[in-house]
Design a binder for this molecule. Structure first.
Ligand code: BGP
Length: 468
């Protein structure tokens, strides 16, 4: 069996992780520009000031993507390049940069798949309460509209947000992402609510503009299994699915929050302040979503945790707890199993987990169109005689593609696959140590690009449409 002609083979990146040029051409400062420079926050203090200098090398990078035969490129726009203060004046140079990137993709027939928010928030908004302040949601809607109007004639695939659970969870519960707050459930749920509201408003505006493209949201997908048959752990797995998955997809696809979690929020005093207008906006726009994006890296195996888990005790060397080991104090925590396979960073490798999870989604949400918007292996790639021989990455992607093929056969509506990442880039907390790309970037030699073994392999997969 082959993948259908209209199944998009792509790869992804995000602005902060590749662009650099952090203070060039009128770009405003972002939360990450500041957070990554706080001592101890990132691996060896790495930050995105230069990143892999894609801002100046986008032509070279997109040319390499074309050479690989990439059909679609998922990248994000840096909000602060477009609106340096979040909701003030538009920066023409910012528009110009993304116009060039989009046009360069189109020149090679590469479909641009654009994420509006991949975590870099204009600093002015962060300083004003970030996602816990409705101003940020309103500002996002304005920013989204600017982008639709500027790029919508050529961009026909839009993702509003990338992984709300990550930037809110790591930002307000674990303190590992900006704004660096720990254990504040009230703020965490409030922030997620304003994100969903901002998403729904942006979707509504997109539909009103009649640009005839598609729009959706991407979440990290962490299907949960119980570690064993104990009742309390089965309940913990239910909690994990409710908190990590249903809380994120229900307000988008059903237009309302999962009642089970809503009840628990009430009991714990964590209910966000939400107005009727906001809740109505979610409801009204549920049908307007064209697809959902899934970033799948791993399932989670959970057990009940009675006591609060201390905030992330993560090691900077391997960052084993960030962001792959979800837990929610009092409800569940992720456990490492001796009989499972893990990456060097402790993320379980389980294509089967994806297949099981996809069926769970289908059961709950029906036949919604889906894209795998991220999937890949973080590794320290072996270099043999100057060649980057990333065989484990090839194996990882190959096994996941196999399962995706099977899922399609079993009736799951999957229309594309985006490997994370197209090129080696800055890992938020792990610097350049954790590599994901098909293209290597030499940080000791002028950031020169070099094709890895997986580059040739993925090219072949695309050419043959994954025929076995
Ligand atoms: C996802 C993010 C990406 C990327 C990826 C790998 O959660 O959307 O931006 O960072 O995870 O994460 P890491 O670099 O921490 O391994």
């Amino acid at each position: 069996m082959k993948f259908a002609k209209d199944f998009l083979f792509g790869a992804a990146s995000a602005s902060y992780q590749i662009e650099g040029a952090w203070n060039e051409d009128g770009k405003g400062e972002t939360n990450w520009d500041v957070f990554s420079k706080i001592p101890g926050k990132t691996y060896k203090g790495t930050n995105g000031d230069v990143a892999i200098d894609h801002y100046h090398r986008y032509k070279e990078d997109i040319k390499l993507m074309a050479e690989m035969g990439l059909e679609s490129y998922r990248f994000s726009i840096s909000w602060a390049r477009i609106l340096p203060t979040g909701d003030g004046e538009v920066n023409e140079k910012g528009l110009e940069f993304y116009n060039q990137v989009i046009n360069e993709c189109l020149k090679y027939g590469i479909v641009p798949f654009v994420t509006l928010y991949h975590w870099d928030l204009p600093l002015t908004l962060e300083e004003d309460g970030g996602w816990t302040n409705k101003r940020t949601a309103d500002a996002f809607v304005k920013y989204a509209e600017v982008c639709f109007k500027a790029f919508g004639d050529r961009v026909k695939h839009w993702i509003t947000f990338n992984e709300t659970v990550m930037f809110c969870g790591l930002g307000y519960l674990k303190g590992a992402h900006p704004p660096g707050i720990q254990n504040d459930e009230k703020k965490y749920f409030q922030a997620t609510h304003y994100v969903f509201y901002a998403h729904a408003k942006a979707v509504e505006i997109y539909k009103q503009l009649e640009q005839y493209g598609e729009i959706g949201i991407t979440h990290v997908f962490l299907p949960a299994y119980s570690v064993d048959d104990k009742k309390e752990n089965i309940l913990a797995a239910r909690h994990a699915n409710e908190y990590e998955t249903f809380w994120y997809y229900d307000p988008i696809l059903k237009g309302e929050y999962p009642s089970y979690v809503v009840q628990q929020l009430k009991e714990n005093g964590w209910t966000p302040s939400w107005t009727k207008e906001e809740l109505d906006t979610l409801k009204r726009n549920a049908e307007n979503n064209d697809f959902i994006g899934l970033n799948y890296y791993q399932p989670i195996r959970v057990e009940k945790n009675q006591e609060a888990v201390s905030s992330m005790e993560h090691s900077r060397e391997t960052s084993t707890l960030a962001p792959g080991n979800p837990s929610f104090d009092g409800f569940y925590r992720t456990v490492k199993m001796t009989d499972k396979t893990y990456t060097k960073w402790g993320w379980e490798i389980s294509p089967q987990g994806f297949l099981d999870g996809l069926h769970m989604l289908k059961e709950r949400y029906g036949d919604i169109k889906m894209y795998v918007t991220e999937n890949g292996l973080g590794d320290e790639d072996p270099i043999i005689d100057g060649e980057i021989v990333d065989v484990p990455r090839i194996k990882y992607i190959e096994e996941h593609l196999k399962v995706i093929k099977r899922a399609i056969k079993e009736g799951i509506h999957l229309k594309g696959y985006y490997a994370w990442s197209v090129i080696d880039l800055l890992s938020w907390l792990n610097g350049y140590k954790k590599q994901y790309g098909f293209i290597y970037v030499d940080h000791d030699d002028n950031l020169n690009r070099k094709k890895k073994l997986s580059f040739h392999w993925y090219k072949h997969i695309i050419e043959t449409r994954g025929e076995e």
